[in-house]
Design a protein around this ligand. Sequence first.
Ligand code: ZN
Length: 273
Amino acid sequence: MRWYAVKACDDAPSWSSVNHDSIDPAVLDLVSAAFARARSALFITGAGISADSGLPTYRGIGGLYEDAGTEEGLPIEHALSGEMLRDRPEVCWKYIHQIERACRGATCNRAHEVLAMLEQRYDRAWVLTQNVDGLHRRAGSKNVIEIHGDVYKLACTRCSFRESVQDYAALSFPPRCPECSAIVRPEVVLFGEMLPRSAVATLERELGLGFDLVVSIGTTSVFPYIAAPVMLARRAGRDTVEINPGTTGVSHVVAHRMPNRAAVALDAIWQRL
Ligand SMILES: [Zn+2]
């Protein structure tokens, strides 16, 4: 096997003390063997991978408020919708800002770091993430499909102005475009909106090429486009793994299940490669 130097997360803590006691050694053997023989891999991630960075495990972008209404008495799906951004941007932005505040200061963890290292190990590896926290890129992953966008990328709703920000500390709400004064929005998928076309095109292209290994990590797989790559891989007889403490929409599909936290499981697998 080959080792590669990667730029780890600047602010990652030391992971030398990750405790693997909770892992079933027989399952770890099988999963590590699947990781070792693969030449290409797709890692599908959700809130569970960012939970090890202290972020709340929310469902989609609005799950932060799961089952709760907003102060305005609106369902969160309505407050965080494309329609609300258009009609009452100050309300929509209030909740976008809450999501950003939850992400702010979060650092990538051992799970993000291992996925970045795996990208260099394989001939072809991609991360398909539902997270909008940007942590995969900060950990060094380059092939990342951010299917729900990135809360730190902003774009004008009228002109071509775009910018990336570190956080929202310097913004006034709702933020306005410095070029044309129209409302600026984050490049995230709000409720009722389509998935970004370029992300979908990349995903379709890569799924068309196929993957030897598909791993679902920390996601409940409620969205069809998140569950489908796992189903496709299983049907094609490829290796499939799920890493999630709870059971999910793909638990019955995968060949191997590790009911562990992402950072613990991925660190243990990495140690075996
Ligand atoms: Zn503009």
